[in-house]
Design a protein around this ligand. Structure first.
Ligand code: SAM
Length: 334
């Protein structure tokens, strides 16, 4: 790489003014493979030019050489930590606020209760590498599978509802998923489904990431099937079913890898039911390490937007607050 040789040569210079002049010349003539790289290199060179001592300047030059020539990756994603400044699109805060849903390609909001694609997108980038496998036991309309395909990860989606599976097939048919990854879809009950057969088909025994987006108990009824989590009669039944689902797939998750739960709370008979924290406690019983609790804003649904005043009145009269957030719990298998 032209720029690498040039940077290495600057390390021979012992005069700060000459050194800066050379760095300035390099920054005027950056030739790199991608626009992202150019922005990254430019910003690093700007920092180098602001430095006041020759030692510090050389320290930053060496750091840039390292960033351009070496990779430092964790064992569970493809992010090169030598270039961490390049990943502005990766969220690291525990508060996620999205103004808009990503509606690119096959993504749409047709399936009532689907999550916004930015959720699986962020999680898959943080917790998997290209070519690894993501399991979504409550796949719904296939948001996770679409994102996994785009990011070149294998994916397996399971759903108890035939309608969801049909919609999922329709959505996936609109996406061009590269043929070096597999996408599997099954119309089954995630509390009982034997995953080993699908994995064996692809000569593997494990998945590297599980993303759980179950019904928020009975807020939306998804199907008439008895073991659909949205048909659970009691809160305890719901929590036990979720636990059963985790137990069913626990052994298939590779050690040290992650499971994410996306869930919101519900309100019933004048009482806030903390589905999120109660579910979190059930999952922790398996011995997972809790890595993060992310709070994500709830965009208004069209129905809620139309009834904004009514909701405000109800809130003031009932002494409660209107739901504006849901949770993303991140667990690591130890
Ligand atoms: C909140 S939705 C998931 C939406 C999905 N993330 C998306 O973006 O489309 C929950 C899904 O869980 C499914 N479900 C409920 N109980 C299930 C079970 N026991 N096994 C498999 N799927 C189930 C429902 O049919 C529904 O599609």
């Amino acid at each position: 790489m032209f720029i690498l040789d040039k940077l290495k040569q600057t390390l021979e210079i012992d005069d700060l003014i000459l050194l800066r002049k050379e760095i300035h010349n390099i920054s005027q003539n950056i030739i790199s493979d991608s626009a992202k790289d150019t922005v990254f290199i430019k910003s690093e060179l700007e920092q180098i030019l602001k430095t006041q001592t020759i030692e510090r300047t050389k320290y930053y030059i060496k750091r840039l050489i390292k960033a351009l020539s070496e990779e430092k990756k964790s064992r569970y994603n493809d992010l090169n930590l030598h270039r961490w400044k390049q990943y502005e699109h990766i969220i690291t805060d525990s508060l996620w606020v999205f103004e808009n849903r990503d509606t690119s390609g096959a993504h749409n909001a047709k399936y009532w209760g689907n999550f916004i694609p930015q959720i699986p997108n962020q999680l898959i980038q943080r917790y998997t590498k290209k070519g690894e496998t993501v399991l979504d036991p409550f796949v719904g309309s296939g948001t996770t599978l679409i994102e996994a395909g785009r990011l070149q990860r294998n994916s397996i989606g399971i759903d108890i509802s035939e309608e969801a599976i049909s919609l999922c097939i329709e959505n996936l048919s609109k996406e061009k998923i590269t043929n070096n990854v597999f996408t599997e879809l099954v119309n089954e009950d995630s509390l009982r489904f034997d995953l080993s057969k699908i994995l064996a088909k692809h000569s593997t025994k494990k998945v590297q990431f599980i993303i759980l987006h179950p019904p928020y108990w009975d807020i939306i009824k998804f199907s008439k099937r008895e073991s659909d989590l949205s048909n659970c009669k009691t809160l305890n039944d719901f929590l036990s079913s979720l636990e059963k689902c985790v137990a069913n797939f626990y052994d298939y998750l590779e050690k040290k890898r992650h499971l994410a739960l996306i869930i919101g709370d519900k309100y019933s008979k004048s009482e806030w039911i903390p589905l999120g924290f109660l579910s979190m406690q059930r999952i922790l019983k398996f011995g997972f390490r809790l890595k993060s609790i992310v709070v994500k804003n709830f965009e208004d649904t069209t129905a809620k937007r139309k009834q904004k005043e009514l909701w405000r009145y109800r809130s003031l009269a009932g002494g409660y607050y209107i739901f504006k957030h849901e949770y993303i719990f991140i667990f690591q298998k130890v």
